[in-house]
Design a protein around this ligand. Structure first.
Ligand code: SF4
Length: 367
């Protein structure tokens, strides 16, 4: 069984998917600096499908739209277009349905300290979730469950932690409490929005192993949102890459990492630390990286392919028309004109930075 992500028109109801975002877009209307309003197109026509027990990494730099997509999946943002579907049923917006939804889908935030009530002890933080979502439990039953949850996230003995305030815990312990609280409602899906990025490097691996365990032992589906391709490589089954609010590539982890088929994915992977690459190679790799420029504005995104102002492989048509999706086999796809024009071989023959340098030299030679 594999996690399936399709950036395409919705199909008929498919209850084997525990959670889907079907062709969702999110536009925010914001005030401009000179008055009036303007629209931020944070996510455009993204589709995500998760099966039980699978981990999908959603990868991209800041501002790529991955957090907005997660917040739509968590029902904190209503999609401007498209729909969120839980086990084959479109979810409604009323308050009661919202609570039922959050019994099945939980979002883990980046900052564990901000996720917990600092005025209350660990016991209260967990007990509140149990009171809301497991109302059949007695006080004694909740106390037993709290101990089980803390042990599930390796905070043992549990009695050492229930009476602590969040500020008395380390960052890693706090994030474990946040995960325990998410598990208190017995969800089917966890949405982890950069769940390890604020933790000390020394405990990130422990946290990734905890998340892996939740998938294998509890059968949870996990959407793991990160800008860090190395942790995605360690944790997930499949990778989806977002750039400037759009999905640009997706597929099985091994295929995407070993053979990225979109220049932006190639850039992300080549910029990621890899112990198998030597220092000298890394120097070469980053030789042109500074010339890549900034991500585009989502208020007035580039025409055509949104990556074209930063892409060393760009062709004239890239600035005019959005590239079609090309199926590459085995569930791997990419949206890049190189495929449609039969020039995909150029990707494999160079690094992103070397292509950037070559392009600059070509442009200088032509001027
Ligand atoms: Fe680069 Fe063109 Fe492909 Fe966009 S469509 S990634 S600009 S080659």
């Amino acid at each position: 069984m594999s996690t399936v992500l399709r950036d395409q028109a919705p199909e008929a109801d498919t209850p084997e998917y525990v959670l889907e975002a079907r062709d969702v877009s999110k536009h925010f209307t914001v005030r401009g600096p000179l008055g009036g309003t303007t629209v931020v197109r944070a996510v455009e026509d993204a589709t995500v499908r998760l099966r039980p027990g699978q981990i999908l990494a959603l990868v991209g730099e800041s501002g790529s739209g991955k957090t907005t997509l997660a917040r739509m999946l968590a029902r904190f943002h209503e999609p401007t277009r498209g729909e969120i579907v839980l086990r084959g049923e479109r979810v409604s917006g009323n308050r009661r349905a919202q609570r039922a939804y959050h019994s099945e889908v939980q979002l883990i935030f980046q900052d564990p300290f901000g996720s917990l009530n600092p005025l209350h002890r660990v016991r209260y933080n967990l007990d509140r979730a149990l009171c809301l979502h497991q109302p059949h439990l007695t006080a004694k039953g909740r106390e037993t469950r709290i101990a089980e949850l803390l042990e599930r996230v390796s905070l043992t003995p549990a009695a050492d932690y229930t009476t602590k305030f969040p500020h008395e815990l380390s960052g890693g312990q706090r994030q474990r409490v946040v995960i325990a609280r998410a598990l208190a409602v017995e969800p089917k899906v966890l949405l982890g929005d950069e769940p390890i990025s604020m933790l000390d490097v020394s405990i990130r691996l422990e946290m990734l192993n905890l998340l892996k365990g939740l998938r294998t032992e509890d059968g949870l589906a996990l959407l793991y949102i990160t800008h860090d391709i190395a942790s995605a490589r360690y944790l997930c089954d499949e990778i989806a890459v977002m750039y400037a609010g759009q999905m640009v590539e997706s597929g099985p982890k091994e295929d995407v990492i070993a053979s990225p088929q979109h220049p932006y994915t190639k850039l992300l992977i080549e910029s990621s630390p890899d112990p198998e690459r030597g220092v000298g190679d890394r120097d070469k790799l980053f030789a042109g990286a500074d010339e890549l420029g900034e991500p585009p504005s989502l208020i007035d995104p580039p025409t055509g392919c949104r990556f074209h102002p930063r892409c060393p492989f760009a062709m004239p048509e890239c600035a005019v028309e959005a590239p079609p999706r090309t199926e590459l086999g085995g569930g791997h796809w990419a949206k890049c004109w190189l495929h449609a024009k039969g020039r995909a071989g150029e990707l494999a023959g160079t690094t992103h930075a070397a292509a950037t340098v070559a392009r600059r030299e070509k442009l200088q030679g032509a001027s």
